[in-house]
Design a protein around this ligand. Structure first.
Ligand code: NAD
Ligand code: MG
Length: 383
């Protein structure tokens, strides 16, 4: 039995994790649940999964009478760390969105928990620190949930001690793949939220539209697989069937395929090294018919180059980029800036603010805070 603390239980990844956990009650027990603000959904989940600990990270709320003594309750941002270090938990599934999840990841690692990581922003902001706490991939203490990184991991598992020459990180290209640059700049919120293949939280859906998501994933791959940035190639694959691939010295390319359904990578991380039924539909290659691959259009989607530059600069540069992007995405979602301004703001902040080496969590938090302040000022200026 694997005891799991689930951080971000009300989101897209969180609810799918609960769905697959419910399919295998003999394998998984949910020991902690944390949500940010959706109290009603959290209460419903507490009734169903009966955790030992539950928390609402945005602050205090009224607990229904039937749940008051059902488990231990906690409120406010520190609850994430409490859930991450819960003595009864073996593993922590971090499905929080944004750098807000980083401290909990570090806490879980230091408490000896295995972390199943969907929360890519945590790794982007604190990559070096996170990898130093968890050690290399082969120690299996930090397991990827992001579909591309899960695919790469599955290919590497099959390769034994053979190291890859190159990672081929696939990208759907998002909803604006075939649009002209001018039209992309003025895309509306509902257009940006219309992802062709995946139903996800709004932040990552906008990131997929700008392709900052792929930029964040290049950085995520750099840290998870200890792979230099120039050996991580992005391949646009609109069908989202090949979830990523790895090329070896002998020319062999191993790829992992499947229907685009996050339950597979989520459950793979939860049940590793076993493969369990996910409830997802089977891949029917005859129905798919054709798989296509394209070079990314870096002119239309300059976000990836910005992420590569941040990786090459090193130190706090990826943290700065991530913070500026988080601020810009929420400003866009709130109707305060145009879609095209997301990139402009991130670029402005990364060109203006150069953070040195980040030595501890407090350094990351300060760097993140400075980048957010600058991004907010810029957002006000251009509004
Ligand atoms: P979501 O917005 O649907 O859910 C986010 C969850 O985090 C919610 O439970 C919310 O309550 C919680 N949360 C939000 N802000 C918080 C804060 N400040 N402190 C604590 N908790 C907070 O997002 P999602 O789509 O489930 O994505 C979660 C993470 O997984 C992101 O980092 C995303 O990039 C990554 N991811 C998601 C998918 C997907 O298919 N949704 C795929 C790959 C990776
Ligand atoms: Mg992904």
């Amino acid at each position: 039995m694997e005891n799991i603390s689930l951080l971000g239980c009300t989101g897209s990844i969180g609810t799918q994790a609960l769905e697959v956990a419910a399919l295998h009650p003999d394998r998984f027990r949910i020991t902690a649940l944390t949500a940010h603000s959706n109290a009603e959904k959290l209460f419903e989940q507490v009734r169903l999964f009966k955790p030992l600990f539950a928390a609402l990270t945005s602050g205090e709320c009224e607990i229904p009478a039937d749940l008051k003594n059902a488990c231990a309750w906690s409120f406010g941002p520190d609850a994430l760390r409490e859930a991450a270090a819960l003595p009864e938990s073996d593993a922590v599934l971090d499905a929080v969105v944004g750098m807000a999840g980083l401290e909990a990841v570090l806490t879980a690692g230091k408490a000896g928990k295995r972390v199943l990581l969907a929360n890519k922003e945590a790794l982007v902001a604190g990559g070096e620190m996170v990898t130093s706490v968890f050690g290399p991939l082969k120690d299996h203490r930090l397991l990827p949930v992001d579909s591309e990184h899960s695919a790469i991991w599955q290919c590497l598992e099959a390769a034994g001690d053979n190291l890859p020459e190159e990672i081929l990180l696939t990208a759907s290209g998002g909803p604006f793949r075939t649009w002209e640059a001018d039209r992309i700049r003025n895309a509306s919120v509902s257009e940006a939220l219309g992802h062709p293949n995946w139903h996800m939280g709004s932040k990552i859906t906008v990131d997929s539209a700008t392709m900052f998501n792929k930029g964040l994933e290049i950085i995520e791959a750099r840290w998870l697989f200890d792979m230099p940035e120039d050996r991580i190639r992005v391949v646009v694959h609109p069908e989202s069937i090949v979830h990523s691939a790895v090329r070896f010295r002998d020319g062999a390319v191993l790829a992992q395929m499947g229907v685009p359904d996050m339950r597979l990578p989520i459950l793979y991380a939860m049940a590793w090294p076993d493969r369990l039924n996910t409830g997802a539909e089977e891949l029917d290659l005859f129905r798919v018919g054709r798989l296509t691959f394209e070079e990314p259009d870096e002119k239309k989607f300059p976000a990836m180059a910005l992420a590569r530059a941040a990786l090459r600069e090193g130190g706090g540069a990826p943290c700065v980029m991530n913070a500026a992007n988080e601020e810009a995405v929420y400003a866009f979602l709130g109707g305060r800036i145009s879609f095209g301004s997301i990139y402009d703001i991130v670029r402005y902040v990364t060109e203006t603010l150069h953070a040195g080496k980040l030595r501890c969590f407090e350094d990351v938090r300060d760097c993140d805070g400075r980048a957010r302040t600058l991004a907010r000022e810029r957002i006000k200026e251009i509004q």
